[in-house]
Write a protein that binds this ligand. Structure first.
Ligand code: ZN
Length: 59
C-alpha cells in the first residue's frame, strides 16, 4: 500500500495482533520514508485513512 503522505511504497505492517483487532480495521502501517503511522478504517462502507502518528519532519 502507498503511503498517504509521501506516496512511497516502503510501508510496513506494525505488530498489531495482540488485541483489539476488528474486521473493519486493517493492520497499522508505518512508512519507512516519512515515518507516518496510519491505518485504513472502514466507516459507513468507505475506507477512511486514520492517521495515528504524523510524518516525521526532516527539514
Ligand atoms: Zn510516507
Amino acid at each position: 500500500m502507498k503511503c498517504p503522505n509521501c506516496g512511497d511504497r516502503t510501508a510496513v505492517d506494525l505488530d498489531t495482533h495482540s488485541s483489539g483487532f476488528s474486521a473493519d480495521e486493517s493492520p497499522v502501517k508505518e512508512c519507512g520514508t516519512c515515518g507516518l503511522v496510519w491505518r485504513i478504517t472502514m466507516k459507513a462502507g468507505e475506507n477512511v485513512i486514520d492517521i495515528i502518528k504524523p510524518a516525521d519532519s526532516k527539514e
